[in-house]
Design a protein around this ligand. Structure first.
Ligand code: ATP
Ligand code: MG
Length: 556
């Protein structure tokens, strides 16, 4: 990652060099509360909150809550929780709905100035008259209604006299503009829906474009940063500002940056909502979801998400970032911070025939070799041990650095064992391996034998002391590298990976008994895992965050 400034930072520096006072800088993050935040939003959050921090400027968390059909209080709460979890603090919490009165009064001014009119045509008719990008639109027959008639009708719209879809207020701009958005955009519509904050106070609601820019202005936001799809809206944003701006006030400046697109992932609230509503996932916070709450539940530390969007960078053009970069950032962070533990996912019994039958010995193992001040924990060792089934083969070539007949391996933090005999079950499956151990080889005991090098170290648990746990391993939710290309919901559903979740009954060292939801571990040789947030199970459930290395390169 380079330390040079991105183009948004450069724009602000330029404004400051041209005399804009840094004390007037102010930023906002403006989510619409119609779904949960996803990894794309983390980029917008980082851009805005980092700028505020860098310039010691205030930042507003503003909910653009202009559409009560889709917005809910639960989304407002989830968004606030997610931003806090990411480690960001806002200075003001605002809502576009706080300004409904002001926006209404400004709309009255527009009408009085002859810059807005009531159209009483159907939405189909209005769309038809919009024209196309290459042909001009045509004027509505209502375009020249008198100011008095418009005021009267607008008043009645507000009073609830009219049904939904019968009347709208439109800005009177230019039906011939090359920019379709300037062709007399609708700024108010009748919606007889209760709003999460204003309840039933209003039956008309401002359109997003009208509310958004004017809210920026009311809050005196200096730089209104948004994603590229809003670039064509900039002309309208400026037109709306022109109608209200006062000379001594800050005029917000809209600038656009590229959305964050991630391979194998969708970052569209509508499509994520589809997955939730159709039951393709357990909810918005399903560990396979690219939502902030899903990534949290999956075990991603907030710092990994922030470092990911910083590494991906701020660009002017759309691009697609590989999902493996996100996993890389998680590993970097988790390797430093997570405690080590031993958990066997697919057990094979080992009996150490020369180990005393009733003896239980406590082995000491470091919690984090990456931490110079690591503490240690104790793990019971005994005659019966479990190792991973895949770590034993009766015979194997020289490259198999695990256990095979007649060869030695070290049990992590414990002894060197040698495999002597395989016990087969009725169906010729291996049910047990009889081994012997070298009593002088105990790790850290200081003997010459303890230093003895053998190829291969295995993780293990003591059979009778291990605790049963549930391990949930995840694969990508989509097998297709670009599910965002799906044209329909059905197509999107077909791109889903049918095997994205695997549940295993595993055996963990007993120290994990005291782990709490959200605790993260490296299961040695297996990957990074987190204790699930749902504690209503009668056992400990671990979600796998990522493996120890990138397995996708070879699979793709
Ligand atoms: P979606 O398309 O998922 O519904 P949205 O743009 O409608 O997203 P908003 O709640 O309006 O969602 O977004 C809040 C802010 O986050 C906006 O400034 C928007 O530009 C930004 N944003 C949304 N998606 C991304 C993304 N993928 N990458 C970067 N910024 C994003
Ligand atoms: Mg949006």
């Amino acid at each position: 990652m380079s330390n040079s400034k991105n183009f948004i930072e450069q724009i602000i520096d330029e404004d400051l060099n041209n005399g804009f006072s840094s004390s007037k800088l102010k930023f906002r993050f403006p989510p619409e509360p119609n779904g949960f935040l996803h990894i794309g939003h983390v980029k917008a959050i980082c851009i805005n909150f980092s700028l505020a921090k860098r310039h010691d400027a205030p930042i507003v968390l503003r909910f653009d809550d202009t559409n009560p059909e889709k917005e809910e209080k639960k989304y407002i709460d989830a968004i606030k929780q997610d931003i806090s979890w990411l480690g960001f603090e806002w200075d003001e919490e605002r809502y576009a709905s706080d300004y409904f009165g002001k926006l209404f009064n400004w709309a009255l001014e527009l009408i009085k100035d002859g810059k807005a009119y009531i159209d009483s045509q159907s939405s189909e008719k209005i769309a038809e008259q919009k024209g196309t990008p290459t042909s001009p639109g045509s004027n509505s027959p209502n375009r020249n209604r008198s100011v008095e008639e418009n005021l009267d009708l607008f008043g009645k719209m507000k009073e609830g006299v009219f049904d939904e879809g019968t009347h709208v207020l439109r800005a009177k701009i230019d039906m011939n503009s090359p920019n379709m958005l300037m062709r007399d955009p609708v700024i108010y519509r009748v919606l007889k829906k209760s709003h999460p904050r204003t309840n039933n106070d209003w039956v008309i609601y401002p359109m997003y474009d009208w509310a958004h820019g004017e809210s920026d202005y009311i809050e005196q936001i200096s730089h209104s940063l948004c994603t590229l799809e809003f670039e064509p809206h900039r002309e309208l944003y400026n037109w709306f500002l022109d109608q209200v701006v006062e000379a001594n006030k800050i005029r917000p400046k809209q600038r656009e940056f590229a959305r964050l697109n991630l391979s194998h992932t969708i970052t569209s609230k509508r499509k994520l909502m589809f997955l939730v509503e159709q039951g393709h996932v357990m909810g918005w916070d399903d560990p396979r979801m690219p939502t902030v709450s899903g990534l949290q539940r999956r075990g991603y530390p907030p710092s990994a998400l922030v470092s990911f969007v910083k590494t991906a960078g701020v660009a002017k053009r759309e691009n697609v970032i590989e999902a493996s970069l996100l996993e890389f950032c998680a590993r970097e962070e988790l390797n430093k911070s997570s405690k080590r533990a031993m958990v066997v996912l697919d057990p094979l019994k080992i009996t150490i025939t020369n180990y005393p039958e009733d003896q239980i010995e406590l082995i000491s193992s470091e919690n984090n070799p990456e931490d110079p001040e690591t503490d240690f924990r104790e793990i019971p060792f005994s005659r019966e041990i479990l190792i991973e089934r895949e770590d034993f083969k009766p015979e194997a070539n020289r490259k198999f650095f695990r256990l095979k007949l007649g060869k030695e391996v070290r049990l992590k933090s414990a002894y060197i064992i040698c495999a002597n005999e395989v016990v087969y079950g009725d169906n010729e499956e291996i049910i047990e391996v009889k081994c012997s151990y070298d009593p002088l080889s105990k790790s850290g005991s200081g003997t010459e034998e303890s230093q003895r090098k053998v190829k291969g170290t295995l993780h293990w648990v003591s059979k009778n002391q291990a605790i049963p746990v549930e391990v949930r391993e995840y694969d990508r939710l989509f097998l297709h590298p670009s599910p965002s290309a799906a044209k329909t919901d059905e197509e999107l559903a077909q791109m889903l990976n049918p095997n994205s979740k695997k549940i295993t009954k595993a055996f963990a060292e007993p120290s994990l008994k005291s782990s709490k939801s959200g605790d993260r571990f490296q299961f040695q040789r297996k990957g990074y895992f987190v204790v699930d947030k749902d504690t209503s199970h009668n056992k400990i459930v671990f979600n796998k965050t990522v493996g120890l290395r990138d397995n996708w390169k070879s699979l793709n």
